[in-house]
Design a protein around this ligand. Sequence first.
Ligand code: ADP
Ligand code: ADP
Ligand code: ZN
Length: 214
Amino acid sequence: MKIIMLGAPGAGKGTQAKKIAAKYGIPHISTGDIFRANIKNNTELGQKAKTYMDKGELVPDELVVDLIMDRFKEADCANGYVLDGFPRTIPQAEALDKALKAQGEAVDFAINVEVPDENIINRMSGRRACVGCGATYHIEFNPTKVEGVCDACGEKLILRDDDKPETVKNRLSVYHEQTQPLIDYYAKADVLAEVDGTQDMEKVFSDIVNVLGA
Ligand code: ADP
Ligand code: ADP
Ligand code: ZN
């Protein structure tokens, strides 16, 4: 099963993608996580990506597309995947379609997690990410057992630099300009499903399971 998560930054794509991956036994592929791992390891790709990410802009398509095409070659992708944060532009979606088509395949579901802009700043300023394992929490909606400490691995939690309100505003306008058009794109391809992302996490997930099938 090949699934794409659509939605504004902070809509809950990562949260839901992890649950989907666990239930359906497919890998969760987050381009943001891949870039952050590259930044942490100070690779050339990480250095390039960081200059865009810090400003809340998108990393250029060619960098992202090559990266994701390499990731698809790994063995764990044989039964599909859930993509979180890719595609984010029409050219990225076209590159994905072309690559899949060459193998007689196609995207099965594009799930749009809908959350209005007014909820986003609050979601992002409360998001905390683990420096060790990348798990995400929310200080109000999904708190850790011990404040500032990851439940999964015990490492400390941080507020991502690009989750500060100034950068979030720019990320939202980039989202509306460059990523939102994908909703129409996947509606035309007849694979779009919309879920109300303002509900609690478990309800959002059960709506998604209704779409994907148990
Ligand atoms: P969020 O969790 O808020 O949706 P991500 O972790 O997916 O954010 O992405 C963080 C940043 O990484 C983006 O603001 C962008 O700079 C970069 N990025 C991630 N995926 C892509 C992509 N497919 N195309 C371009 N830039 C990307
Ligand atoms: P995205 O990957 O779309 O950027 P995340 O999954 O990282 O979004 O979620 C953004 C923040 O909002 C996180 O702190 C997460 O714990 C929290 N969150 C996710 N889903 C919900 C929800 N349904 N209700 C409240 N908070 C949520
Ligand atoms: Zn952790």
